[in-house]
Write a protein that binds this ligand. Structure first.
Ligand code: NAD
Length: 451
């Protein structure tokens, strides 16, 4: 970004903040809803697992029952759809056939919370059958499916919203604000390192996520959250990716293995043994519905078939000239991340500690170091649910879809695409040993400054 571009981006931000404060900004361009009417919005969901029935089920209804009505729940596991229905306290029909649900329930909004690699079929068919889409991240898992979603959105005139809840945490929003306010000048580079711990991190290796064909690997399933944050914070789009990765802790590296934890003969000596029977909600959603699909929620982290990586590193070049050093480690003693933005006028450091034995504070901190000047510490109070982001995201989507979006947190299909394309490019780069250009993956051409 040159100085003029940077000034104009800052001017834009200040203008938007002022308009937002005055309540004068135009409606959200990415709003997936028509004009808010007096009737409740008709909502259906496909994929009634943990995320669907929780974040987009009970928790959504807790705050917004007066403005939405569930008209259908669909899951390929009929027991799980029924369990979710009970947990959510709704009376709509459940389905195992998606098209039947769409035809009978006629939802205005379809929430897609299935296994990542299946999102595309429901997003596309859902739009073709008349619904706007709220899709969990990642939007999809490869570039062909990504292009098909972008084409279907154009063809149908419907809208895809991707639920990047990480953008909404007050700590990350504060970082966005500091960057837009020219606190450190032009951003030249970013150091971003994410750590998944031996509990939450290991969980990816227990579940369907352990197969690239389901999750696109953690490059897509998990890191697309982080790539979206980078794209959003930098207000630019990624251009090139070079990456390395390996699987060195889980899967075939284990000393022994079994199908899953509950009946495992190695449980006394396995550091990763996890007793799912202590979690009543997970037992109801998964264990009690194994009879329908055989899915084992407490699968062994040492299964031979694990084909995702557990250590990853990438160098990402942005269209505005910024460069990023990124890494993801999936077997750390604690969970969290460290990020630093290097700029022409100084540096912003931030870190989040989410679990582990290290001392925890009731706030998250940001350190702003001005070149040849003072150092400031900014403390942002912590909140529940992905740093408080989940609640704010639900309110923006379902309660205030037309409200000003001063921090540009609402994300559409282009944002969804740019986030996964970094992960897809990284995956390809690991295999080929070559850098990969984002522009070679779909018809989207990265722009230096987002409009
Ligand atoms: N934003 C976040 O922080 C966050 C957190 C967790 C999960 N997620 C996303 O939410 C989605 C769901 O994840 P989850 O943890 O709830 O997984 P899950 O396994 O609990 O739920 C997925 C559900 O989809 C169903 N399903 C799979 N394929 C289907 C198909 N072809 N037709 C119908 N139903 C199908 C499964 O039976 C299951 O009930 C994923 O895309 C995941 O990436 C996002």
């Amino acid at each position: 970004m040159n100085t003029n571009q940077h000034d104009s981006s800052r001017r834009d931000f200040l203008q938007k903040s002022m308009l937002a404060t005055a309540g004068l900004m135009t409606p959200l361009p990415l709003s997936v809803f028509g004009a808010a009417g007096p009737t409740k919005r008709r909502v259906a969901m496909v994929g009634t697992g943990h995320r669907g029935s929780g974040m987009w089920g009970t928790q959504l209804l807790e705050d917004h029952r007066d403005v939405i009505e569930f008209v259908g729940l669909c899951d390929k596991n009929k027991g799980r759809a029924e369990t979710a229905k009970k947990m959510m306290g709704v009376s709509c029909p459940t389905y195992t056939d998606f098209e039947t649900m769409m035809r009978k329930a006629k939802p205005e909004i379809l929430i897609v919370t299935t296994v990542d690699a299946t999102h595309d079929q429901f997003i596309i068919k859902g739009m073709e059958m008349g619904a706007n889409i709220v899709s969990e991240k990642p939007m999809t898992t490869d570039e062909t499916k990504c292009q098909a979603i972008l084409d279907a959105e154009k063809r149908t005139g419907k809208k895809v919203t991707v639920t990047f809840n990480y953008r909404y945490s007050p700590h990350r929003q504060k970082i966005y604000e500091l960057l837009r306010n020219d606190t450190i000048g032009k951003i030249t580079s970013v150091d971003f390192h994410w750590y998944l711990d031996n509990r939450h991190g290991a969980d990816y290796f227990r579940r369907w996520h352990r197969l690239t064909e389901n999750s696109g690997s953690l490059w897509v399933h998990k890191a697309s959250h982080h790539f979206d944050l980078l794209n959003w914070w930098l207000e630019s789009e990624p251009e090139t990716v070079y990456a390395k990765a390996a699987l060195e802790n889980y899967g075939k590296n284990g000393p022994f293995r079994f199908s899953n934890c509950r009946p495992c003969p190695h449980k006394d000596k396995c550091a990763y043994y996890w007793d799912m029977t202590k979690d009543a909600r997970l037992m109801a959603l998964y264990a009690q519905n194994e009879q329908y699909d055989g899915y084992l929620r407490d699968g062994c982290v040492y299964k031979e078939d694990v084909n995702i990586y557990d250590k990853m590193a990438a160098t990402i070049g942005y269209a505005n000239g910024a460069q990023v050093s990124y890494s993801l480690t999936a077997y750390s003693p604690y969970e969290g991340y460290r990020i630093a933005f290097n700029g022409t006028k100084g540096r912003i450091d931030a870190w989040i500690k989410e679990s582990g034995e290290m001392k925890m504070e009731p706030y998250d901190e940001i350190m702003v170091s001005h070149n040849f000047g003072k150092v400031e510490y900014i403390q942002v109070p912590q909140a529940e649910g992905h740093g408080g982001g989940d609640k704010l995201l639900r309110a923006q989507l379902f309660r205030h879809p037309e409200a000003p979006d001063a921090y540009r947190q609402a994300a559409g299909s282009r944002d969804g695409a740019m986030a996964i394309l970094v992960g897809i490019a990284a995956r390809k780069s690991v295999t080929s040993g070559q850098p990969v250009r984002i522009a070679d993956l779909t018809d989207l051409k990265p722009v230096a400054v987002k409009a």
